[in-house]
Ligand binder design. Structure first.
Ligand SMILES: Cc1ncc(C[n+]2csc(CCOP(=O)(O)OP(=O)(O)O)c2C)c(N)n1
Ligand code: SF4
Length: 246
């Protein structure tokens, strides 16, 4: 009897992520959602620049690689040209909240009917651990060696709260994947963000608080704890917009 298997929407490629990185968990949740909704044949994913740049090797659907931060703009074009397809962008915080912030806000305020999976690991992972707009106050990174100081480096950007000031977004939720319970909640949110698009509800974004043990300088286990101890207090979990429930 099969009790556990790989979702069909994931290819057989071996993920290149570091041990303890939670990108892999989120890939799986996206793939499970695609399987369960029966949309693999008509889903188009947009890969970002960042550690998940190779997402096009991992998902079994059509994939397009966007320039850094431009995934929501590419998703907009694809969805408008092919409205019967299901379009998602998968982006890190350097990609979505820094270089691509304009595309993120513009796509959200137009209420484009796309699904955005936003991986917030509070750091630039791929390039070696520079400060991200989402890095926490006091967080030591390669470019904030004495800890992020708001006087010179500003305050963390809370993307869900920021986008919740706009009228158009249909669904905004922040989740994490640092425990079985939280993985199950994240799965529900990600599947809902795809279902919303199928139902034509409009812009849906799920922010996932994610671990980068390598650049945080922590063991995988400590990194999961740090999400509870440091990230969730700064980035509260929850639903920030759900037009379906209003
Ligand atoms: C136009 C451009 N500017 C800068 C870079 C360098 N760069 C590559 S990935 C990255 C940040 C990645 O961080 P994030 O989006 O948080 O993803 P993570 O690697 O943490 O998953 C940067 C700045 C680039 N590739 N292209
Ligand atoms: S550097 Fe960080 S985000 Fe990138 S694969 Fe490694 S743990 Fe994951």
């Amino acid at each position: 009897m099969v009790v556990f298997e790989k979702p069909h929407a994931l290819t057989d490629a071996v993920l290149h992520y570091c041990p303890g990185c939670t990108h892999g968990i989120v890939h799986r949740l996206v793939a499970e959602s695609i399987d369960e909704l029966g949309i693999e044949g008509k889903t188009i994913g947009i890969a970002p620049v960042g550690c998940s740049v190779l997402a096009y090797n991992y998902f079994n659907c059509d994939m397009i690689e966007a320039a850094h931060g431009r995934a929501p703009a590419v998703a907009t074009g694809v969805k408008r040209a092919l409205p019967d397809n299901i379009v998602f962008a998968y982006q890190g915080d350097g990609d979505l909240a820094s270089i691509g912030l304009c595309e993120t806000v513009s796509t959200a305020c137009r209420g484009e009917n796309v699904t955005i999976i936003f991986i917030n690991n509070a750091i630039y992972g791929m390039t070696g651990g520079q400060m991200a707009p989402t890095s926490l106050l006091g967080q030591v990174t390669q470019t904030s060696p004495y800890g992020r100081d708001p006087k010179t480096q500003g305050y963390p950007i809370r993307i869900c709260e920021l986008l919740a000031t706009l009228d158009a977004p249909a669904y905004l939720e922040r989740v994490t994947v640092n425990s079985v319970k939280n993985v199950n909640r994240a799965k529900k949110a990600i599947k809902k963000a795809f279902q919303n698009q199928i139902d034509g509800k409009g812009f849906s974004l799920v922010e996932v608080l994610s671990a980068c043990p390598t650049n945080w300088g922590m063991t995988p286990q400590k990194a999961l704890q740090w999400i509870d101890e440091a990230m969730i207090p700064a980035y509260p979990l929850g639903v920030f917009r759900d037009k379906g429930a209003e």
